[in-house]
Design a protein around this ligand. Structure first.
Ligand code: HEC
Length: 117
């Protein structure tokens, strides 16, 4: 009996953690990326974005490692992944606007990545 209670408890914890993670991701995205980037979550426009790319589906384009590094340090990501850099929407900042490095804690990087997937 005890075992079952513990399993149910853990399952409910996991359930709430994943939805909180999602909400945190949306909040962080709006405050840190939303000034420039659009993103649709479940077909809804979370934020319209402006000068940057629409990031919907971006996790299918690039590797997790690249995206996570790109958020906080685009210049370093370009150097470390020269092949990926060639595929960027606006090729490595050649066309005017480049993305600035964004100051983020590691958990914020992970939260944002969760909603980009
Ligand atoms: C001040 C505006 C600005 C902010 C804020 C910003 N970006 Fe960008 N981002 C850009 C611009 C401009 C580009 C395209 C040129 C480039 O890659 O530098 C870009 C490109 C990207 C790309 C590559 C997209 C592609 O398809 O080529 C990713 C991924 C990205 N940004 C993620 C993020 C994330 C995640 C955040 C929030 C943590 C963020 N950006 C915040 C301006 C911004």
């Amino acid at each position: 009996m005890k075992k079952i209670t513990i399993i149910v408890f853990i399952a409910s914890l996991l359930g709430s953690t994943s939805s909180n993670l999602f909400a945190d991701g949306v909040k962080t995205f709006i405050s840190k990326c939303g000034a420039c980037h659009a993103l649709k979550v479940d077909g809804k426009n979370v934020i319209p974005g402006s000068i940057g790319a629409d990031l919907t589906g971006v996790a299918n384009k690039y590797s997790e490692e690249f995206i996570k590094l790109y958020m906080t340090n685009p210049a370093k990501a370009r150097k470390k992944f020269p092949g990926t850099c060639k595929k960027l929407l606006k090729k490595c900042g050649e066309s005017g606007m480049t993305m600035p490095a964004i100051l983020l804690r590691e958990n914020q990087v992970n939260d944002i990545y969760e909603i980009l997937k």
